[in-house]
Design a protein around this ligand. Structure first.
Ligand code: MF3
Ligand code: CO
Length: 253
C-alpha cells in the first residue's frame, strides 16, 4: 500500500522538505578544508534547530544498529551513510556527500548532494555533474500514469555514456511519515515496468554512482558503504511529489 498525500499532509511534506533543503544548503557552506566531519555533524544539529526540524537519521534503527549521527557524511570512496568523527577531516580535493533527512510536524524531508572541495580530479568532477544530471533526468520522468521503471530507466540512460557503476545495493524510496515507504526506486531498470505513479505519491529519488565498479563494501561500523575498488562515488537526492499534472520538487531551499 502506497500512502497518497493530500491536503494537510502535502503542506506538512512541503514544510519538512523545505527545512531539509535549507539545512543542506547551509551545511554545504561550512564544507571547507580543515573542518572535521564531527564538526559538520554538530553544525547540522544546530541548523536543524534553527530551521524547526530534527534529525530523522539520529537513532534510526536498522537491525541491531542505531545510527549515531545527525546527518550522513560520506567522503570520496564512501557511497552513503558515512558517520561524522573528529579524526575525519575535510581536505582539498575531497568529494563530500551530505545526506540530510529531517522530521518536522510528523513528516520527513530527504535530500542529498555531493560537494567538491577545491580542486578535484576531472573524472570525479564529471562524475558529480553526471550524477546530478541523472537525478534531474529521473525527476523529469515523474508524472501521473508513468511508472517507477520510467524513473529508473531515465537515470540509467543518463549515466550510460559515462560507463559508471550504478549502485544496486541502495535505492530511492517513497517517503512521508516514515523515511522509507513504498515503492523502492532502483537507479537502473526498464521503462514501462513497475508501480504506476499517482498524484500524491512522495518519492525520494537518489542515484548513487561510482566512477568504477558498482560493487560495495560495508565498513566495520555497520553503516558506511564504500566502493569495492576504492574509486570515488557521488550521490544526489531530492524528495518530489507527483502532482495532478506532473512533478513538484519539494526539497528546494
Ligand atoms: N537518505 C538516506 C536513506 O534514505 C538516509 C539514511 S539515514 C540513516 O537511506 F540513519 F540510515 F543513516
Ligand atoms: Co533517501
Amino acid at each position: 500500500m502506497i500512502d497518497l498525500k493530500s491536503g494537510e499532509d502535502v503542506s506538512r511534506m512541503r514544510a519538512a522538505c523545505t527545512a531539509a533543503a535549507r539545512v543542506l544548503h547551509d551545511l554545504a557552506d561550512l564544507v571547507v578544508p580543515g573542518i572535521s566531519t564531527a564538526g559538520l555533524d554538530a553544525a547540522a544539529r544546530g541548523l536543524m534547530l534553527r530551521h524547526g526540524c530534527e534529525s530523522a537519521c539520529l537513532g534510526y534503527v536498522v537491525g541491531r544498529l542505531s545510527y549515531p549521527g545527525h546527518v550522513c557524511i560520506s567522503l570520496n570512496d564512501e557511497i552513503v551513510h558515512g558517520i561524522g568523527a573528529p579524526d575525519r577531516i575535510i581536505r582539498e580535493g575531497d568529494l563530500v556527500s551530505l545526506d540530510v533527512v529531517v522530521r518536522r510536524d510528523g513528516f520527513i524531508g530527504d535530500n542529498a548532494r555531493t560537494l567538491l572541495v577545491g580542486k578535484v580530479a576531472p573524472d570525479a568532477r564529471q562524475l558529480c555533474q553526471d550524477t546530478e544530471k541523472a537525478l534531474m533526468a529521473g525527476i523529469a520522468a515523474v508524472r501521473p500514469g508513468s511508472r517507477v521503471g520510467d524513473i529508473s530507466a531515465a537515470i540509467q540512460a543518463a549515466l550510460a555514456p559515462g560507463g559508471y557503476g550504478i549502485v544496486r545495493d541502495f535505492v530511492g524510496h517513497g517517503v512521508g511519515r516514515k523515511m522509507h515507504e513504498e515503492p523502492q526506486i532502483p537507479n537502473y531498470g526498464k521503462a514501462g515496468t513497475g508501480t504506476k505513479l499517482l498524484p500524491g505519491m512522495a518519492l525520494a529519488i537518489e542515484p548513487m554512482v561510482n566512477l568504477g565498479t558498482h560493487k560495495i563494501i560495508m565498513a566495520a561500523d555497520g553503516w558506511t558503504a564504500r566502493t569495492a575498488d576504492g574509486k570515488p562515488s557521488a550521490h544526489f537526492e531530492h524528495t518530489v511529489l507527483v502532482t495532478e499534472t506532473g512533478v513538484e520538487i519539494l526539497t528546494l531551499p
